[in-house]
Design a protein around this ligand. Structure first.
Ligand SMILES: Nc1ncnc2c1ncn2[C@@H]1O[C@H](COP(=O)(O)OP(=O)(O)O)[C@@H](O)[C@H]1O
Ligand SMILES: [Mg+2]
Length: 257
């Protein structure tokens, strides 16, 4: 269980997140929705250790993890993906995945501490994990392709793959469906479901595609102007007039049933 407790984050005079509180239950697929500028990505940045909050606390499985850097969160099993994929375009898909554990350990130190034999064993393990991840994501046919040459949707899968390399407990997905074609979107939703069911990943998903949220997420948390407006299952959220109001003037339409 991960708890966001009264988090605030300001950028100069702008309050992006305003005493925001919610809980991501273990084993859940929790949705985080809200109009553009609501503060969703900022909350992810705070949870994932990319930004320190101005106030409030983040707790994970009973421990205070507020402001802990990303490499420490990696070891706790907290991973995030980015709204805009962060692949290394000039490296192969396989190399992109194999980099993840090394990045976290600090590659030079990591290698200096191990004998050559251990390094090659560790490399073998990491390679095997990367291949397992690529098989799961059905990306083995592009294993040696430069990541920069992938389609937008494949780059999104690679983002998820980078998170999977950590064998995470909780994955924060920032708009995984953005720019992904409908077929691949269906595959992506199925992969998220399977990771949740079979590998017990907890997810928190920011997404504008309400069909995807409805299919995957319970509960759904609605953020508006830096705070939580309401939370419930998608039916309840859709039926709430305050949610429709919040989106009016925004670029997203929450279709009623
Ligand atoms: N690094 C930043 N510097 C300054 N302002 C930012 C920064 N990141 C986000 N903001 C502002 O904070 C508000 C919330 O942004 P964001 O968290 O990206 O919203 P969302 O992801 O819900 O669309 C917006 O007004 C945005 O312009
Ligand atoms: Mg965002």
């Amino acid at each position: 269980m991960l708890t966001v407790d009264s988090i605030s984050k300001r950028f100069g005079g702008l309050t992006a997140v305003n005493s925001c509180s919610f809980t991501i239950e273990a084993q859940s697929i929790t949705g985080l929705i809200g109009p553009n500028g609501a503060g969703k990505t900022t909350i992810f940045n705070v949870i994932a250790g990319a930004m320190k909050p101005d106030g409030g606390r983040i707790q994970f499985q009973g421990a205070d993890i507020t402001g802990r850097p990303a490499h420490k969160l990696f070891h706790l099993g907290i991973m995030r993906t980015f709204q805009i994929p962060q692949e290394f375009g000039a490296m192969s898909v396989l190399e992109n995945l194999m980099l993840v554990p090394a990045e976290q350990a600090g590659e030079n130190l990591f290698h200096a501490l191990l004998s050559t034999k251990k390094v090659s064993l560790r490399d073998k393990e990491i390679r095997e994990r990367a291949i397992d991840v690529l098989e799961f994501l059905r990306l083995t046919h592009v294993i040696d392709e430069l990541a920069g040459n992938l389609s937008g949707g494949q780059k999104k899968l690679l983002e998820l793959g980078r998170a999977m390399m950590a064998d995470p407990d909780i994955v924060l997905l920032d708009e995984p469906g953005a720019g992904v074609n409908p077929t691949l979107l269906g595959d992506l939703a199925e992969m998220i479901e399977r990771l949740n069911r079979e590998r017990h990943y907890t997810f928190c998903i920011i997404e504008h595609n309400m069909d995807m949220i409805a299919r995957l997420c319970d509960p759904v948390i609605v953020m508006v102007e830096g705070a939580v407006l309401m939370q419930g299952d998608m039916e309840t959220v859709r039926a709430d007039p305050r949610v429709l109001d919040a989106y009016l003037g925004g670029d997203v339409y929450v279709a009623p049933n």
